[in-house]
Design a protein around this ligand. Structure first.
Ligand code: 9WO
Length: 253
């Protein structure tokens, strides 16, 4: 699929698109990314994209017109394929795994990255289909959330993660598993006086898998009990899982 990103800072995306395992998704075109700078669609010698807020107050507001022109060009370039326009904002709906799957399916999306104090509301009302939030905090721009969505979509593409990673992709995927990931350890076996869990060093595959499953169940029960309830309701907990959870429950009482 294809993502078009409207940003005043397209240069922020270059190192991101060239790094790590997700690079493959971008370079192969599995996830096409095109960057557009609203400044290139602004008028006059100064190519202004921002102006002072009506009603006064600090900072500047992104003007609707350069964004609208950029968007019209993007839509034409996409052949008016009806791709949704997404804006990253703390007032948006929270992005989760289901959202990543939704926006990472079909034709892709047009991502609008705000800067300054925000975007003229008339652009948002006219063109933005959905506002997405990563959480209750404020950034200085929508670029990092846009990269977060691209990264999450890219790693879902077939072949982007190795065999090792396909399991990782299942974490937080309620349809597949929906439990939190277990802790990880690597060499040395004893670091700074702390040994790695004996189970992981045992070499017994079944014991290792049971330890990991137990860790995931305990972690999910402690940190995200609602995910555990969802897994149970979906019939994704075995009798061995329930036995471990019952044991944990008694320990905590
Ligand atoms: C900022 C903001 C703060 C409180 C209530 C509503 C708000 N909307 C925006 C907004 O759209 N800001 C633009 C994008 C311009 C300033 C930087 N922007 C931004 C996006 N800051 N933080 C985000 C963001 C996006 C997704 N998840 C967390 C934060």
């Amino acid at each position: 699929m294809r993502f078009d990103v409207l940003t005043l800072f397209p240069e922020l995306f270059a190192p991101f698109l060239q790094a790590g395992v997700t690079r493959r998704a971008y370079e192969s075109g599995q996830v096409q990314v095109q960057l557009w700078n609203p400044r290139d669609f602004a008028e006059g010698n100064y190519r202004r994209v921002d102006d002072r807020p009506f009603g006064g107050g600090p900072g500047m507001v992104m003007m609707a017109e350069p964004l609208a022109r950029a968007l019209a060009t993007v839509r034409a370039a996409r052949g008016d394929d009806g791709a949704p326009v997404l804006l990253f904002s703390p007032i948006g709906e929270r992005l989760d795994h289901a959202g990543v799957e939704r926006w990472g399916a079909g034709p892709g999306a047009i991502l609008v990255c705000g800067r300054y104090e925000g975007i003229d509301q008339r652009f948002i009302d006219r063109f933005v289909d959905v506002q997405l939030s990563l959480g209750d905090f404020v950034l200085s721009g929508g670029e990092i959330p846009a990269m977060a969505l691209l990264d999450a979509v890219a790693r879902l593409q077939p072949g982007v993660l190795g065999d090792e990673g396909s399991h990782q992709a299942d974490s937080f995927n309620p349809a597949l598993d929906g439990l939190l990931d277990c802790p990880h350890y690597t060499r040395p076996e004893v670091w700074d006086g702390v040994a790695a869990p004996a189970e992981l060093l045992s070499g017994h595959h079944a014991q290792i898998e049971r330890w990991r499953r137990d860790q995931r169940l305990a972690l999910t029960a402690a940190r995200r009990p609602e995910l555990l309830d969802a897994a149970r309701s979906a019939g994704r907990l075995s009798r061995a899982d329930e036995a471990l959870l019952a044991k944990l429950g008694k320990k905590h009482l």
